[in-house]
Design a protein around this ligand. Sequence first.
Ligand code: 26V
Length: 745
Amino acid sequence: YYFSLEYLMGRLFGNNLIATGLRDTASAALASLGQDFDSIRESEVDMGLGNGGLGRLAACFMDSLATLDYPALGYGIYYEFGLFKQEFVNGHQVEHPDNWMKFGDPWEVVRPEYAQEIPLYGRVENVFDDRGNYRPRWVDTKSILGVPHDIPIAGYGTRTVNLLRLWASKATEDFDLAAFNRGGYVEAVRDKAVGETVSKVLYPNDKTENGKELRLVQQYFFVAASLADIMRVFVRRHGTNWELFPDRVAVQLNDTHPTIAIPELMRLLVDEHGVDWNTAWDITRRTFAYTNHTLLPEALESWPVALLSRLLPRHLQIIYLINWLHLHEAVAAGHTDADLIAAISLIHEPGEQRVRMGHLAFIGSHAVNGVSALHTELMRDTVFAALAKVAPTRIINKTNGISFRRWFYEANPGLTALIRDELGPRVFDDPAALRRLEPLAQNKAFVARYRAVRHENKLALADILRASVGVTVDPDAMFDVQIKRIHEYKRQLLNILETIALWRAMRAAPQHNWPGRVKIFAGKAAGSYERAKLIIKLAHDVAKTINDDPVTGDRLKLVFVPNYSVEIASRIVGAADVSEQISTAGMEASGTGNMKLALNGAITIGTLDGATVEIRDHVGADNIVIFGLTADEVAARRKDRFAGENAVGPELAGVIDTLESGELSPDDPKRYAPIVASLLDHDPFMVAADFSAYWAAQRALDDRWRDSDRWWPSSVLNTARMGWFSSDRAIRDYADDIWRVPVTA
Ligand code: 26V
C-alpha cells in the first residue's frame, strides 16, 4: 500500500492503451470512424494531483507496481482542484484554479459501499475498566465521510490492473441533522461545506507552508480512511489474527505527509481491538516504511502540539507514550548524553512545542530510505544523524526511477520505433537490454536515424513553442532545457544569468562561431514564493530583450513554456539536446527529470547532486558535463561563512552591470536589485560561487556540439546506459528489501 498525498498522473488514455497493447488497434479503429487518435487523446484533462517530483514518482511507481504484478493499492486524496494552472501576464506568473473534474472524470469508479467515517476533534475520556486497565475513549468527535474513488492502473503486458484509491470527503448526515433540528438550516449547509472542504484542493507549495490546520486534517483524513479500508480487507481474509498483519500488509509512506498513520494504527490496534501496547508497536513498526524526499530544513514537517491536541487528542497521547518509551529505550541502551536525547526526541522543545514528523516516521518504521545514494548519505550525516546512532541500520538507499512506458515509449514514439527495429520488442520488457545500443553509437547509419528522430521531435516542439509563446526557433539550434518547479536551490537563476552573459559575449564578438541555442524553461512557482516569481519575471525580461536582437538573431533565444505539466514534459523530453541539472550540491534529493532527459538522449550539464551523480556513473564521465562545488565543498563554505568572498569573474560582473543598468527592465530599473544584492552579499545558493565554472562548462558544451562526431555517439550512449533508472528496478528493490514481497510473475 503506497500512501501519498500526491499523484501526478497526467493523462491516462495513451498510457493505458500502451499497457494493454491496444494502442495501434485503438488508433486504427478510431481512424475507421474518421476520428484522429491524437485529438481524442488530447481531449483528456491532465490529472495533476501533485506538485512535482514527489507526486510524479508516486505515479511512476503505480505504473511499475502493476507492470510487475505486485498486488498493490495507491491511497491518496481525490482533490477537486489539482495544482494551479499557470499563466503569464506581462511576464508575471498568475495562478488559476485547476477545475479538472468540471466535466467529470471518465476513469473514476465510485465505491460508496466502502465509505469510511473519520472522527476529528473531541476529547479523550480517561476510563479504567474493572481490572484497572486504562481504556481511554475518544468522544465528542465531529466526523466526516471518506468516499473512495478508484482509478484503474493497467500494468504493461500483464493482466494486472491495480487501483489508485482516492478519498473524497463528504459531510456525514448526523453532522447536518443536529444543526438542522435546531432550526439551523444555514449552519447545516455550512457544516456540509466544511466536510467537503477537506478534499477540495491540493496544497500548491512543495517546500513550505507547514502548520496549516486544513493540511493536517487532509493528512489524517486520508490516512485514517485508508487504514480502515486495509483493516476491512485484512479482517475479511484473516480475521483478527493481528500478528499476521505485518506479513500481509506493507505500507510505504511517501514522505512524512502520511506519518499520522503510525499513531493511528496504534490507536486502532490498542483502543479498538484490545491489542497490548508492545505487540501493537511491534506490528506497527513491521508494517510501515518511510521514504524521505528532502533535507531542506523549511520542508521538514512538524506539527504544533497545541494543534494536535485539539484535532487529534488521542493521537497526541499516543505520540507522547511512543516518545517516552523511545527515550527510555535509548537511555537503557547507553545513550545518556543529554544533547543526543534532545536530538532524538519526537518533541521539538525550544519555544512552541512541536512534534517532529520525520522522527516519528523514523522510529515507527522498519526501514527509512533516501532517494539517491548521495541523499541517503547526507540523511545519515545531517537530519537523522542522532537517530542513526540509536538505529544504525535503519537508513537505506533506494534510488528513484521513472516509468519507461510513459517517458520513453509514449513520449518518444520515433525513438521507440527505431529501437524496436534495432533491438526487437523484448527491450520493452527489459530496459537493461538498451545496452545493446552501445555498439551502434559508432554506426553512422544508426546515428543518422537517431538524429533524424531528434530533429522530428524538435520540429514538433518548435510548433508548440510558436503556438504557446509566439517565438520561432531554429530547429538546428541546441535545445537546452530546464524544466522543473521554480526554486532557488534548483538555480534557474544561474541558467538565466548565463544566458545574459552569453548574449553579451555574442554581441561583443558576433563573428565568433557561436552555436545556436534555444534556452527552454518550464515550471511553476509556488504562489507565495516571491523570489521564485521574480526569477520568472527575469526570464521574461531577458526573453523580451534578446529574442528580437538582430545581432544574435536565431543564435540565441529564450522561451518559457507556460503551465508546465506531465503533458508538456512529455513533449519536451524527446526534443532536448541538453538537460540542465544545476542545483546547489547537496540540495536536490534525487531529481527524476534528469533521468527522463538523459534516457531520451539529452546531454546533462550538472552539479554532483542527487541522482545526477549516479547518472554520471552509468553514462560515463565522458558523456556528461559536470561542474561546480560538491556537496562537501558547499557545506564547508557555509561553515566558514566563505560566501560573500566570491571572486566575481568578468562574465558575472558584466551580467551584474546589465541587471543594474535597468536595460532589461526599463519600466522598473531597480527590479533586480534584490537579486544582485543576494548574489554579492551572502549568495545562499552559491550562484555567484559557481558561475565561472558553469560558464566554462557551457563553453565546453559548445565545443562538443560543434563536433557532431562526438556529440551524437555520446547522446546514443546516454540512451543505451540509462536502463538502470527504470522505476521497475526501483520497485523491485523496494519489494525485495523493504516489503519482502515474493516475486509473483
Ligand atoms: C512539502 C510540502 C510542504 C507543505 C505543503 C505541501 C508540501 C508538498 C510536498 C512537500 C515535499 C516536497 C519534497 C519533494 O518533492 N521532494 C522531491 O522528491 C523527488 C522524488 O523523490 C526528488 O526527485 C526531488 O529531488 C525532491 O526535491
